[in-house]
Design a protein around this ligand. Structure first.
Ligand SMILES: CC(C)(COP(=O)(O)OP(=O)(O)OC[C@H]1O[C@@H](n2cnc3c(N)ncnc32)[C@H](O)[C@@H]1OP(=O)(O)O)[C@@H](O)C(=O)NCCC(=O)NCCS
Length: 187
């Protein structure tokens, strides 16, 4: 699966991405609220190899995609999604230098368009620590609704943390996408 937007390309991670992926994913400011924190470059390489081994997105399995800029092909982030029973959970990460440009919104618009349009899912959802202000803002900007706030429901790197769940239905996305799909091409 490969998606193309006005400024971005979402495609497979490759071995050449390992250093960039490790550098931003191991950054304490980036991985603070994330489950996967590579401790060494080899972790990033293994992660990419595991992703490459899967031929295509499949039910119940997390699928990770690179987020690249068109102009220089640079890896600026990655997103992951997991489709199960017509619903998809997702997460997204940008390198610090790429943040604040609207790239995450642009990438998620393409992902949602593909999930709702091509895959035909019913609902997307995401889980976020409420202290993660940029992520909360991103999910709200995507038109998602806060549906639950669980108090200290996750034991995360040794700390009990809150979990806020955001959701969006296919018919709600159809309204939002009508205003601005943001997808230049989809293939
Ligand atoms: C979550 C995360 C991806 C959000 O990244 P982001 O850069 O804030 O999000 P966007 O790409 O949508 O950019 C939005 C910002 O760009 C600005 N912007 C600039 N140009 C823009 C454009 N052309 N279109 C839209 N927004 C634009 C917006 O005003 C907004 O800035 P603001 O927050 O100061 O208002 C990022 O903070 C991150 O990687 N965090 C660490 C990983 C993480 O915790 N992920 C969990 C995700 S569930």
């Amino acid at each position: 699966m490969k998606l193309v937007t006005a400024r971005l390309r979402l495609d497979a991670l490759c071995r050449d991405d390992a250093v960039a992926l490790f550098t931003y994913r191991a950054d304490p400011a980036v991985c603070r609220y994330q489950g996967w924190r590579p401790a060494a470059l080899a972790d990033a390489e293994r992660f990419i190899d595991e992703q490459s081994a899967a031929a295509a997105p499949s039910q119940g399995r997390w699928c990770q995609r690179a987020i690249r800029r068109h102009d220089d092909g640079a890896l600026i982030g990655d997103l992951g999604f997991c489709v199960a029973d017509a619903q998809a959970e997702f997460g997204i990460t940008l390198a610090p230098a790429a943040q604040g440009n609207g790239y995450a919104r642009e990438a998620l618009r393409a992902l949602f368009g593909w999930l709702f349009g091509e895959v035909g899912i019913h609902r997307v959802h995401a889980s976020v620590d409420p202290r993660n202000a940029p992520s909360m803002a991103l999910l709200q900007a995507m038109g998602m609704r806060q549906e639950a706030h669980f108090r200290e429901s996750l034991l995360f790197h040794g700390e009990w943390v809150d979990d806020v769940v955001f959701g969006l239905l296919a018919r709600e996305w159809a309204d939002a996408a009508g205003k601005d799909a943001g997808i230049a091409a989809l293939r």
